[in-house]
Design a protein around this ligand. Structure first.
Ligand code: HEC
Ligand code: HEC
Ligand code: HEC
Length: 355
């Protein structure tokens, strides 16, 4: 007998019907209490590894810097340790009953490449409870987490606490939320490579609008979205006022390098031919709009990162964000490096407007 296409279709339909019947019968267990069979477990992990490997093709890691670590460590403590545990705290017992259970990452990280870890951290793993990064447009944040994961194996409890910022916060602060903020934002923890901004010296208006923007998503940041989740509007305003009342940390003014001097020219005069406005016409002058942030003395890496985000049109911000997106539109990488070097080195006190 000749096997025609009708037989195939019949077989396919029978198969689909059979699968439905099996599912309907209730014989496929979904209870998490008994775990998977060894074969199922192997198969599922094989599928996951293959999928992650393929999705990660072509992703290129940026240069990892020390400045990525504190921010990512602080986020790990707030957003990952509840499931995976940390060098400072074993995984909670209740989470161990998830199926699959979130593994201790110490043994796992070495089995993945940087690009694969990025894929997992940015996009999560379906059907496992491993969540995607809280916002879609911040690949730089997910890469910072990969940089931290690479360091994870070598961290003991003490090293982890120091990076994640709780050592710095054991001191006198009484307000618990404020302590978590300071874990990342304490001036003592900020240096040139820092991707965390200093908050002292900004106006209450700017800080409040920034927190609102993180909450509503008009300024996408997974790190800050998690840090402020659950805070009411009243609490956010209180925190904004607290940080605005601290006087600006005056960082030691570094020697003006040729790079910073180039940045100064741009900041003071702009470049009309390339349609780059003078930054100082909006920023850091005595009568500046309080919704415009203060830049002088801010960490160099943070400034450069924010400018790259503005150029890529993913920074977002408060009600005046469109002004800044436009101001940054024509900046090249060298401009960004020069401007960040200039404003970071500039004394943090508020200079009068340029003449
Ligand atoms: C709600 C719980 C939960 C949270 C929160 C969570 N994970 Fe996971 N994670 C999981 C589960 C479940 C898996 C999958 C384990 C498996 O398939 O065996 C996983 C897998 C992973 C893996 C792959 C490990 C392996 O199996 O080889 C990495 C890496 C990872 N998570 C990192 C993170 C990071 C970084 C964060 C924080 C940004 C995070 N996870 C937050 C539950 C969680
Ligand atoms: C895990 C580290 C971490 C914690 C905890 C944290 N922050 Fe942040 N914060 C950051 C990072 C990183 C940024 C920059 C995010 C971006 O790229 O927009 C930031 C940005 C901000 C900004 C915007 C500043 C500017 O110049 O635009 C404000 C305001 C702020 N944080 C306030 C807070 C407050 C208040 C808390 C406590 C409730 C807090 N942060 C907790 C890491 C943290
Ligand atoms: C027309 C006014 C205007 C001009 C000109 C301008 N900016 Fe801005 N800038 C803003 C506003 C408004 C914001 C706040 C956006 C928001 O709501 O987060 C901002 C934000 C920033 C930030 C983010 C600071 C932080 O704490 O996150 C940086 C960095 C910055 N500007 C740098 C520059 C540089 C460099 C130039 C010159 C090339 C420049 N700006 C020109 C209005 C301006």
């Amino acid at each position: 007998m000749l096997i025609g296409w009708k037989h195939f279709v019949g077989l396919l339909l029978a198969g689909v019907l059979g699968a439905f019947l099996l599912a309907w019968s209730g014989l496929i267990g979904v209870s998490a209490s008994t775990g998977h069979w060894k074969a199922t477990d192997w198969f599922l992990h094989w599928v996951m590894r293959s999928s992650v490997r393929t999705a990660a093709l072509g992703a290129k890691a940026p240069v990892f810097t020390e400045g990525m670590l504190p921010m990512a460590a602080g986020h790990f403590e707030a957003g990952c340790a509840i499931c995976h545990g940390s060098p400072a705290l074993a995984r909670p017992e209740s989470v161990g009953r998830m199926l699959p259970a979130p593994p201790d990452l110490k043994d796992k990280i070495a089995t993945w490449t940087d690009a694969e870890l990025f894929q997992i951290v940015q996009h999560g793993i379906r059907f496992t409870g491993m969540p995607a990064w809280p916002v879609a447009d911040r690949e730089d944040e997910a890469w910072a987490m990969v940089a931290f994961l690479r360091r994870y194996r070598d961290l003991d409890a003490k090293g982890y606490r120091a990076l994640a910022g709780y050592a710095a916060t054991q001191s006198t602060a009484t307000d618990e939320v404020l302590e978590t903020c300071n874990g990342c934002h304490m001036p003592a923890r900020l240096d040139v490579e820092s991707l965390v901004p200093g908050l002292a010296g900004q106006s209450a208006r700017y800080l409040e609008q920034a927190l609102e923007a993180y909450g509503s998503g008009t300024r996408p940041s997974g790190t800050m979205a998690v840090a402020i989740q659950g805070l009411s509007g009243v609490e956010r305003r209180k925190l904004a006022r607290h940080f605005a009342n601290l006087s600006a940390a005056i960082l030691p003014s570094t020697v003006q390098s040729p790079l910073a001097r180039r940045g100064e020219t741009l900041a003071v005069k702009g470049d009309p031919e390339r349609r780059i406005p003078a930054c100082l016409s909006c920023h850091d002058k005595a009568d500046a709009n309080p919704a415009y942030p203060h830049l002088s003395g801010q960490a160099e890496a943070y400034l450069a990162n924010q400018l790259r985000l503005f150029v890529g049109k993913t920074r977002g911000g408060g009600p005046f964000r469109a002004l800044m997106t436009q101001a940054a539109a024509n900046l090249e990488d060298e401009d960004i490096a020069a401007l960040a070097a200039y404003f970071a080195a500039r004394n943090a006190s508020r200079d009068p407007a340029p003449r």
